[in-house]
Ligand binder design. Structure first.
Ligand code: NAD
Ligand code: AKB
Length: 313
C-alpha cells in the first residue's frame, strides 16, 4: 500500500502546477496536497486536495504537516532573480526562512524526503561561462543567487547533521506553456512564444547574443521525479545537482520560431536583467547528475519550439 503523503508548497507557480499534476498521476490524486498563497490554479481544480498556506507561518505549516501525515515536501515557494533585485530583503527572507521552516519541521516530524530547487543563479561572473562544472568558483551577485547558494549549504547541513534526506537540482531557465513564469531573468524565453503567436513580434529585454542554459518543462519535471526516486546511496551531491537541457540566445530562439512563423520579428531593448543574465554561465556541465542518477535531457531547441507553438492557444 502506498503510504506516501506529499505536500507541494508553491503549487500554483510555473513549476508547481505541472509538478503537482505529475505527482498526482504517479502517486494518486488524494496523496498530493497542493498549497500556495495564491488562489488555486484552474488547472489544479478538481484534481486533488488544495490548502491555502503561507510557508512563512511555521506554526501553521507544522500543524498541517502533522494533521495531513505529510511524508514528503516539495518546496517551490521563492522570489526569483528579477523580482529579487527589486526587493532584496523580501527575497532573502522568503527564500531562506521558507527553507529553514521546512527543514526544521522535517527533522522533527515524519517527513523523510524533501525537494528544494536551486538555480544556475548560484554561479557568478567568476564561474566558467561554458560547460560550468558541478564544483567550481561560485560567487553569485544577485540576492536570489546568494539565497540559493546559502540554501544549498543548509540542505547539505541538515543532511549531514540530522540525516534529513533533502535533494536538490540547479534548474536552468524553464520554458513552459501551462503556468506563467514568476519574475525571472529567463522569462523572455517563455514570453517570446506567446508574443510570436499573438502578435508576430517580440521586444526582448536581453541582447540578441545572450546565451543562457535553458530546459523544457517536461524534462525538468522528469528530472525532479527521477532524482527523488533515485536510491540515496547513489547520490554524491547533497548541495544541489547541475543539470542541463540546452543553451541558446534570443537570436537563436527567434530564428527557430521563424521556421514556423515566417513573418515573426524580434527587437531588443535590454534592461536591468541584462547584467543578471551576463553574470550567469552560458551552458552547464551536468556529468555528475548523469553518472549518479542517470540524468539525460530529451528536448532540444527545435523539439521544444515545435511543442510550445503547437500547445500555446
Ligand atoms: P513561481 O514564482 O512561478 O512560483 C512560486 C509560487 O510560490 C507562486 O505560486 C507563489 O504564489 C508561491 N509563494 C510565494 N510566497 C509564498 C509563501 N509565503 N507561501 C506559500 N507560497 C508562496 O516560481 P517557479 O518558477 O515555479 O519556481 C519554483 C522554484 O524553482 C523556486 O525555488 C525557483 O527559485 C526555482 N527555479 C525556477 C526556475 C524557473 O525557470 N522557473 C529556474 C531555477 C530555479
Ligand atoms: C530566473 O531567471 O530567475 C530563474 C532561474 C534561472 O533561476 N528562471
Amino acid at each position: 500500500m502506498n503510504k506516501e503523503r506529499i505536500l507541494v508548497i508553491g503549487a500554483c507557480g510555473q513549476i508547481g502546477v505541472e509538478l503537482t499534476l505529475a505527482l498526482r498521476k504517479k502517486f494518486g490524486n488524494d496523496t498530493v496536497v497542493a498549497s500556495d498563497l495564491r488562489e488555486e490554479n484552474p488547472l489544479l481544480k478538481g484534481t486533488g486536495p488544495y490548502v491555502a498556506l503561507d510557508v512563512m507561518n511555521k506554526e501553521m505549516l507544522h500543524v498541517m504537516v502533522i494533521r495531513q501525515n505529510i511524508t514528503r515536501i516539495y518546496l517551490l515557494a521563492a522570489i526569483l532573480s528579477a523580482t529579487g533585485e527589486k526587493n532584496p530583503n523580501l527575497a532573502w527572507s522568503l527564500n531562506m526562512q521558507s527553507l529553514l521552516n521546512v527543514l526544521e519541521i522535517a527533522r522533527d516530524e515524519n517527513v523523510h524526503k524533501i525537494f528544494w530547487p536551486s538555480s544556475i543563479a548560484v554561479f557568478g561572473p567568476s564561474s566558467p561561462k561554458v560547460q560550468c562544472p558541478q564544483q567550481t568558483i561560485i560567487e553569485p551577485v544577485t540576492v536570489y543567487g546568494i539565497s540559493k547558494y546559502a540554501g544549498e549549504f543548509w540542505c547539505n547541513y541538515y543532511h549531514q547533521r540530522y540525516g534529513v534526506d533533502v535533494r536538490s537540482i540547479r534548474y536552468p531557465g524553464l520554458i513552459s506553456y501551462k503556468s506563467q513564469p514568476g519574475g525571472g531573468t529567463t522569462d523572455y524565453a517563455v514570453e517570446i512564444f506567446y508574443d510570436a503567436k499573438e502578435k508576430k513580434n517580440y521586444e526582448c529585454f536581453l541582447k540578441e547574443d545572450t546565451y543562457l542554459p535553458m530546459m523544457y518543462m517536461p524534462d525538468a519535471i522528469r528530472a525532479t521525479i527521477e532524482l527523488m526516486e533515485a536510491p540515496a546511496e547513489r547520490l554524491t551531491v547533497r548541495t544541489s545537482y547541475n543539470i542541463h537541457g540546452m543553451s541558446f540566445s534570443p537570436k537563436e530562439v527567434s530564428a527557430e520560431i521563424q521556421k514556423h512563423i515566417k513573418d515573426f520579428r524580434i527587437s531588443y531593448a535590454p534592461d536591468y536583467r541584462q547584467p543578471i543574465a551576463e553574470s550567469w554561465p552560458q551552458s552547464i556541465d551536468d556529468s555528475v547528475a548523469r553518472n549518479d542518477w542517470g540524468w539525460k535531457p530529451e528536448y532540444d531547441l527545435a523539439a521544444m519550439t515545435e511543442d510550445m507553438l503547437r500547445n500555446i492557444k
